[in-house]
Design a protein around this ligand. Sequence first.
Ligand code: GTR
Length: 391
Amino acid sequence: LLLLRRILPLIATTVVTVHAAELQLPDPLVTQNGERVTSAAAWQTTRRPEVLELFRKYVYGRAPVGKPADLKFETFDSASDAMDGKATRKQIKISYHGPGGEGAIHLVLFIPNGIKQPVPCFLLICNRPAAENIDPTRAVKSPFWPAEQIVARGYAAAAFFNGDVVHDKYDGFKSGVFAIYDQQPRPADAWGAIAAWAWGASRALDYLVTDPGIDGQRVAVVGHSRGGKTALWAGAEDERFAMVVSNDSGCTGAALARGKQGEHIRDINRGFPHWFNDTYKTFADREDELPLDQHMLDALIAPRPLCIGSASEDTWADPKSEFLAAVHAGPVFALFGLKGLADSVMPQPDMPMQGGQIGYHLRTGKHNLTEYDWGCYMDFADKHLSPPAAH
Ligand code: GTR
């Protein structure tokens, strides 16, 4: 048995390595001029901006606006006795204007009472119906957003509904934030809904950094599935996010496109033509020709902590390709003297790997964001965002 235990990981390592060699991934550490990046400074000043630009150009698109000059915060609800006195609830209307009119995001926020403030915060990009998942009254308590548990562990729990930014259906980019800011005709690299929701997460962060109860330097952005793709892109575009959590984000999220099982670029663009830019659509069945792959998206989070969750039955997302992307982001974290994943051998189900700057777990079960996943993310955040002692 002992021998088997020694040999098994070796076999697993070989399998992962062979698989990766066959993939021929673009090297995150070679610039477009063919120069090798050997320092954190060169990554930050030269290669990181290049990689970010590649993702804007080929995948997510370019946001036509950053922080709007007239961004307004209106706290329309505030109660210090929420959650049986354990939290202060706030609801904030975050509004903005552009040539096409006004838009607004409603932020729901619970800040733990009775502990030293400011506290670190988890911001959830909610891609499910708000009333059932991020209920401010807490009459409905969804495992998708276990706000009571988050607060009990000393974190503020913040959430907004992605549909506030723009709804999740294809209508020729005529609604929401597209209607407010887009120039016409839309260029091939115009932003899609994932980039728009990520932009919304940054506007939520614009508020959070102003709230005295929250430590704006310790805000983690979290998302599930399409929300997980969004969280990764939000963290890539906005380095103010101190940590990024991607749950079951799969295709064009945490999973490599090359060698991927389940959903491919062709499928995702057919099913969701509004998520990415037009250029990305031309890469259906041409994943090998992309000058990037999703390990480089993980790399854009470096040196900040990144936590990735997969689910064992989520073959559409492909856990192995999510794990491999994290493995191959490692060299960028290494530039900062950090270990990415603690190990390059994929862990067994329900055995979170949290020893490095990239955390990873494979939950037993289906595509979902569960309390188990949240537990992993909070354990990981405890190591990196150090909350004050909880209740
Ligand atoms: C699926 C889609 C995935 C994933 C998922 C979700 O239908 O193919 O890429 O984003 O939806 O968001 O739940």
